[in-house]
Design a protein around this ligand. Sequence first.
Ligand code: SF4
Length: 357
Amino acid sequence: MTSDNARAGGTPVALSGMSLEELIEFARQCGLPPFRARQLHSWIYARGAGSFAEMTDLSRQIRADLAERATVPLLEMAHRQLSTDGTRKYLFRLPGGQMVESVLMSFQDRPSLTACLSSQVGCAVGCTFCATGFMGFTRNLTAAEIVDQVMAIQRDSGLRVANVVYMGQGEPLLNVEEVIRSVRTLGESVGIGQRHITVSTSGIVPGIRRLARERLQVTLALSLHAPDALTRGQIVPVSRKWGTTELMDSLKEYYQATGRRLTIEYVLLAGVTDRPEQAEMLAELVGGLHCNVNLIPYNPTRNRSGEVCYQRPSLRAQQRFAEIAARSGKTVTIRLERGTDIDAACGQLHNTYTAGA
Ligand code: SF4
């Protein structure tokens, strides 16, 4: 993204989501000194400005020039839903017209707010329990498009996001370079430190190794979902590319490079992944990892034919699975779901309003 586009009469440059470095380059191309970029940076990130008119310490002339060349927000909010538990689900229109969803969650036991971000339009991984997987893949998001989801949520809600999870639409490690750039901008510009960020992956081994080399302090969450290769291959098709040993080795490398405890995510599908013997296998598999285990009772989603593919296990089955998995000595929790009534929970994001937006 450069301001040359705007000068050539193309699409105005969206500044929200840019790093300070990128804003300095934009200012330079506009003939403005670096301190003007720092003013823009402060207005966008510290004060959440949604227009140049709000930037009152810039002269009228500069504001008018900027308004000709650029815009502030990158994403346009197309729809917002509010859950009975306070969760907000957003549908954002991207500059190319495609849509992505983001979710803002609050938890009673935590004062801070968490934003769940998308990293791609659709997803190529095709997990068989996931609504996004049914959409197929369209394109990667840019780092600015990832960061601006946070800014757009903060502008709309008037609330400060403290934690970020890359668990919305898409596989973050199939867009790893833009994800890394966005993590850096979230820390340096938005004030969300790396230890407050979780990147979730279905197990893209080269992406895990790339992230390990970057030595960020983010939490890596692996969506394991089944302890044996056969079941895992059926519900997370991409997992067939890498063996379980290779995957576990890459997780150990991540821990060695960063010192960050991992999170193992495991979806409980009745009769498919919730059997006691699978809990025993899970306990054995994670025994050698520095990790916590997070069990996710399945949330109903419909495939392209409108069928609900799996069933949610009973509470008793969930607890029994957790008890057996805890024999690994790891902390095992059952995820408290947010936003299930508005399809904002894990695996439910699928741009419901795309057609009507
Ligand atoms: S669960 Fe994640 S990786 Fe799997 S299809 Fe859905 S968005 Fe993609």
